[in-house]
Design a protein around this ligand. Structure first.
Ligand code: NAD
Ligand code: AKB
Length: 324
């Protein structure tokens, strides 16, 4: 743990979080020191031109091992995963990628005596029996989705590697992440991103959850800050490892639409719930993140109003330039 970080691998680097986290890590640690790994999708220009890029399949340990050896990797941000909505459509794939992929990452890290591994968990670890308001750090973890099952098991596996092998593994339970660069990859909270894109493109959106559906959310700059702050925290101060609750804001789908209407008055949002409603209904409305605040100083910067101004400004600019 005393060793200086010199070579970072980001799995899932072409995804919603990975595409921005890789650039933020390259900014902080140097482009050549951060290897982006995608699966099948080609990287965008920014990702391709700012540092090394490789393809791996986390289910095939040899593909991870090869990159780790070639670049002398000592830290992994493991973001490759199948999210909740796709996971309900393809539960076996979700198990395979989320569990076997994570197991491969932890094993490679253990065998190569790595400095640190980051693996995000999710509010999907909670289920219908969990208190839905101000959900505590320690509580009932009985999810009803395959994604949630893999996230609970993933937290336990990471914590096992900390206890059993002394590996430094860290993770947090992200709420729905909202961002303007890379569209989300098939989760239940995707409506809170799509609504901004459609407000800019068509001034109309059909939302797949009810208007009164409240979920915890976070804007991308806070998401990146949480990952990097947790990874730089003093290990001795951490009482938890792979399972920190983190929160930023909670709002209903109707409140989100109303916030957008303050800027685009003719924006119209309709509500046509589909199978994702049941998933949303099984998750908390708000999160108690006092452990993260106390143990590593977690503090989000964005609320709904500030995020909406920034999202509409970014997407509006891209639309005006014909890039949306
Ligand atoms: P995403 O779906 O946008 O990206 C995941 C990436 O994993 C994709 O680019 C995909 O190509 C890659 N992938 C899939 N199968 C793979 C395989 N076999 N080998 C290698 N790569 C593979 O997901 P994201 O939103 O960026 O999420 C990143 C992490 O954060 C995940 O662990 C997710 O559970 C967690 N998380 C995300 C959110 C959110 O709202 N985005 C919320 C909570 C937790
Ligand atoms: C999803 O909806 O699956 C993700 C998550 C909250 O983990 N955005």
């Amino acid at each position: 743990m005393a060793k200086e970080t010199k070579k970072i691998l980001v799995t899932g680097a072409v995804g919603q979080i990975g595409s921005e986290l890789t650039l933020a890590l390259r900014e902080r640690y140097g482009g050549d020191n951060v290897v982006a790994a995608g699966h099948r999708t080609q990287p965008g220009e920014a990702l391709r031109d700012s540092g090394p890029f490789e393809f791996i399949d986390v289910r095939r340990r040899e593909t991870v091992e090869e990159v780790v050896k070639r670049y002398n990797i000592d830290t992994i941000y493991h973001l490759a995963a199948i999210l909740s909505a796709v996971g309900e459509e393809k539960p076996l794939l979700a198990w395979d990628v989320n569990m076997n992929g994570l197991y491969n990452i932890l094993e490679v890290a253990r065998q190569h005596e790595m400095v640190r591994v980051f693996c995000p968990s999710s509010i999907a670890v909670f289920g219908p029996q969990t208190p839905r308001h101000n959900t505590p750090q320690e509580t009932i973890l009985c999810p009803t989705t395959m994604y949630g099952v893999t996230k609970v098991a993933g937290e336990l596996l990471c914590n096992y590697y900390v206890r059993r092998f002394g590996l430094d593994v860290r993770g947090l339970r992200y709420p729905g992440i909202i961002s303007a660069e890379t569209p989300p990859g098939g989760g239940t909270t995707d409506y809170a991103v799509e609504i901004y894109y459609e407000a800019i493109r068509h001034r109309r959106y059909t939302c797949f959850v009810r208007q009164d559906t409240v979920l915890p959310m976070m804007y991308m700059p806070d998401c990146l800050k949480a990952a990097m702050d947790l990874m730089e925290a003093d290990f001795a101060q951490l009482r938890h490892h792979a399972d920190y609750n983190v929160a930023a804001m909670s709002f209903s789908a109707g409140e989100l639409a109303a916030e957008i209407q303050k800027h685009i008055p003719d924006f119209v949002c309709e509500y046509r719930p589909d199978f994702r409603q049941a998933i949303a209904d099984s998750w908390p409305r708000s999160i108690d993140d006092s452990a993260a605040r106390q143990e590593w100083g977690w503090q989000p910067a964005y609320d709904l109003a500030a995020m909406t101004v920034d999202m509409l400004e970014k997407l509006g600019r891209r639309h005006a330039e014909g890039r949306l």
